[in-house]
Write a protein that binds this ligand. Sequence first.
Ligand SMILES: Cc1cc2nc3c(=O)[nH]c(=O)nc-3n(C[C@H](O)[C@H](O)[C@H](O)COP(=O)(O)OP(=O)(O)OC[C@H]3O[C@@H](n4cnc5c(N)ncnc54)[C@H](O)[C@@H]3O)c2cc1C
Length: 424
Amino acid sequence: MKTDRFDVVVIGSGPGGLASAIAAKKHGARSVLVIERDVELGGILLQCIHNGFGVEIFKEDLPGPTYAQRFINQAADLGIETMLDMMVINLSASRRLTVTSKKHGFREIQAKAVVLAMGCRERTRAQVRLPGTRPAGVYTAGTAQRWVNVEGYMPGKHFVILGSGDIGMIMARRLTFEGAKVERVLEIMPYLSGLTRNYVQCLQDFDIPLNLQHTVKNIIGIDRVEAVETVAVDENWKHIPGSEETIPCDTLLLSVGLIPENELSRQAGVRLNPITNGPIVDANYHTHIPGIFAAGNVVHVYDLVDWVTEAGFTAGRGAALYAQDKLPKTGQVIQTGAGKNVRYVVPHQINLANLKDEKVPLQMRTTHPIEKPVWVEAHAGSRRITRRALPYARPGEMITLNIKPEHADGLSQAESITIQIVER
Ligand SMILES: Cc1cc2nc3c(=O)[nH]c(=O)nc-3n(C[C@H](O)[C@H](O)[C@H](O)COP(=O)(O)OP(=O)(O)OC[C@H]3O[C@@H](n4cnc5c(N)ncnc54)[C@H](O)[C@@H]3O)c2cc1C
């Protein structure tokens, strides 16, 4: 089998992959290839026809496909090669890929550097262990989104949505636009799991009730969903007897979380973080396997696409420099860690060299809502390096704290930085 050779190969053509490819080309990689298993470039954005994309990068409120098209055009202008309808099925630590498609069969590709940009997939019924019969009419919210927005099918008329993730809330509004009735959104946690703006614009504006601390106790129906039995839960997710309610419906949508798509990362031996389920990366989004970088939802689940694009730019630049043997190899490494009220921090380490002339954005999520003014603080031992004031901290909204070149002196002896969120 003939082996194709590229400086940088990007797996996945969502915003993370496209930005990586563009940055790789701009930073001197001669040959850049994007491999996409779908028949079009753009990733999940192609089915996100609502607005809300690009507010940070373009200062414009764009629909997903428009946002994607801007990067698809740039990639074409830069001469980036693409393989569509082509699935990467194997990746080795030496950056050898096996790909396959109906049209081309199996092919081997050798890359000097690889960017993992495979995105996420949705949790399904089995993963949240929903009891009841197994009728038609139980779908993930993203599947329904693809049917309605791309394929032109309505999955039902009368919906209950489990989970207050962004996809579920956006679909509650979308289905209402299409004439369906969305009875209820149920959330097992005592707080919203998606963005507040989606709660206001997609549920409140359309009078769709949200029941916090509620879940599905039973799915009823043989051939098709006929109803769901809901129940209130306590803080340990135990059902509260007597709180059951039967809601007639023909469809149950699940918006119960996303899982970074890391089968290829595991094959290559990339170390994963148990909290994010994504690769452990440094400030160049370099994994611990030399020449393998990662960007976007494959690393951790982002709230806004703009930050995915920025991560892609960083990973793509790193991959291009690696391919040209120009990525600085030395330098003091500082681990980043989650302190009080912080669930995780990405990237997981900073090389002090990164702070020479640019900031390193640390991204994180809080463990629980703090509806009071907070400080987000970075500490090296007992020393506070920097802090940022925020009006509140919510799990659905990613927080960024920039470590800047002027902080480098304070970190010159440090082995780690801990981030904490505390009330002001
Ligand atoms: C329903 C929904 C609504 C959203 N709304 C907003 C919003 O309003 N505003 C906002 O800013 N953000 C929003 N987001 C978030 C944003 O869309 C995502 O953060 C972003 O698309 C993630 O980009 P990505 O490149 O990491 O992954 P993706 O866009 O998922 O792209 C990954 C790509 O990799 C491909 N792939 C995976 N495995 C392989 C393989 N083995 N071989 C080849 N190809 C492979 C996939 O086919 C896919 O095309 C929304 C997300 C969703 C799901």
